[in-house]
Design a protein around this ligand. Structure first.
Ligand SMILES: [Zn+2]
Length: 257
């Protein structure tokens, strides 16, 4: 009956740790140059972040993975080599998930997953559950989902709220969109956005306002939500809160208890 304030808006920033702008470039400047800038920003802002990391990133740049784990962030899984799961056989998908998870768990516990290109068939979700994942963030609110009947009972699915390049658009338009996002807000960026690719021959959304302007924009986004009393959290914590709030769902229509 009390007129207590509503709970704060929860915001999770996520970073997809992968090669530069796949499938157009396969260099690693984002991981080697962009990620340290992000770590510095998140330390200054004192916020925890989830880093969905590919197995190749862990293999080729283990120091980068150690650095984000040492900074207290959550390590998540983003497949091995940034291939599309909706183009894979079930056998290949099981291999991608198992192999990347094994590599990443050498660094830290890993229970959150995001598929490359935000495309993951619902009928492969049981493969994630079998590997001990608790959360999937392979969907996007602004994008049509990949067809496939969901077949995981306890896995929490939390979609991305807004596309990454939208964080680099002019502030007044950006804040109009950010102000309309519902709880929980899941933002994502890529380390290569924080390297100057403006002069590179690339698809426009991979290069516009990359480098320092992107870093300034992300800092401004964090400030926008802080000014609204938002609470910054990880995908692991969002997933745990969501699992407590919702009972396990039936797996298939026919298998419902
Ligand atoms: Zn990716």
């Amino acid at each position: 009956m009390s007129s207590s304030a509503p709970p704060p808006l929860r915001v999770a920033i996520t970073v997809d740790m992968e090669p530069d702008c796949p499938p157009f470039l396969w260099t690693w400047r984002g991981v080697t140059e962009g990620a340290p800038r992000l770590l510095d920003l998140f330390e200054r802002q004192a916020i925890p972040v989830t880093w969905f990391t590919t197995g190749d990133t862990a293999r080729l740049h283990p120091g980068s993975v150690e650095a984000l784990v040492a900074a207290g962030h959550e390590l998540g899984c983003h497949g091995i080599s940034h291939q599309r799961f909706d183009w894979m056989s079930r056998e290949s998908a099981a291999h991608e998930i198992g192999e990347s998870t094994r590599r990443l768990r050498e660094f830290a516990p890993v229970t959150s997953f995001r598929a490359p290109y935000l495309r993951f068939p619902g009928h492969y979700l049981d493969l994630l559950e079998a590997e001990g994942f608790l959360l999937d963030s392979s969907q996007a609110k602004y994008k049509r989902d990949v067809p496939g009947q969901e077949n995981a009972k306890n896995l929490v699915r939390l979609p991305a709220s807004i596309t990454s390049s939208a964080l680099r658009i002019p502030k007044v338009i950006r804040e109009f969109f950010l102000g309309r996002l519902a709880d929980p807000v899941v933002l994502f960026v890529h380390p290569w956005e924080f390297v100057d690719f403006t002069q590179t021959d690339l698809r426009y959304d991979c290069r516009f306002r990359t480098g320092q302007p992107a870093l300034d924009a992300l800092e401004s986004v964090i400030g926008f939500f802080k000014a609204r009393g938002a609470e910054f959290t990880t995908m692991r914590d969002l997933g745990a809160a969501s699992a407590l709030a919702t009972p396990a769902k039936p797996v298939m229509a026919g298998a419902a208890q």
